[in-house]
Write a protein that binds this ligand. Structure first.
Ligand code: RDL
Ligand code: RDL
Ligand code: RDL
Length: 152
């Protein structure tokens, strides 16, 4: 399995390192190809290159949208780009975004970023190696990085 990881220098925490650590702890036959770019709007083409030129089977795109209105616009544009890249390549790109204003306390924000990156990495493992494990979580109110909402 070839796994593409793209991340940004804009982010205030190295989410890719956490994701890669989690992937390596949970699967052995994987090769990681990592590309770092300035910001979230640079992620879609990077993910597409990882798929088409580096033959990645799946990609994680990690980024941290800032708190300003223009940052949220940027994040939405990046997200749309990531969805386009998935549709153009028929390949999953897991969007791992942590909005800087999800937590006020920097210590909590760091924890959230680390946990969200790790939990999306676990999702990737389930999607690529253990489809039945993901099926078992259908409708269970799963979240990444914070407590699960849980089923109704
Ligand atoms: O292509 C170069 C930049 O335009 C690109 O890297 C942008 O994603 C950078 N960027 C912004 O210009 C901005 O206004 C980012 C944010 N906000 C942001 O909140 N998070 C980012 N990049 O990762
Ligand atoms: O690609 C991995 C995730 O980015 C993707 O599964 C998202 O759809 C997850 N997601 C959010 O990131 C979010 O902020 C979801 C919601 N909100 C939501 O309200 N409902 C979802 N997913 O099903
Ligand atoms: O229900 C509370 C949160 O799930 C909700 O506020 C989400 O929108 C938070 N969130 C993001 O803002 C985001 O960019 C989530 C993700 N990404 C995500 O990938 N997974 C989440 N929440 O569970």
């Amino acid at each position: 399995m070839r796994i593409g990881i793209c991340d940004t220098t804009f982010a205030r925490f190295d989410m890719a390192a956490a994701a890669i650590d989690e992937l390596k702890n949970n699967a052995h036959d994987l090769k990681i190809i990592r590309q770092t770019v300035p910001g979230v709007k640079d992620l879609p083409v990077t993910a597409k290159i990882l798929i088409e030129e580096e033959n990645c089977d799946i990609v994680m795109a990690l980024g941290m949208p800032g708190p300003m209105e223009k940052d949220k616009m940027c994040a939405h544009e990046a997200s749309t780009g990531l969805i386009n890249a998935q549709l153009m390549t028929n390949t999953h790109i897991l969007e791992v975004f942590v909005h800087e204003d999800e937590e006020e306390d920097p210590v909590e924000l760091k924890k959230l970023a680390e946990n969200r990156a790790r939990e999306h990495a676990q999702n990737l493992i389930k999607m690529m190696y253990h489809r039945k494990a993901m099926r078992k979580e259908a409708g269970m109110g799963m979240r990444e990085g914070k407590e699960d909402a849980g089923p109704l």
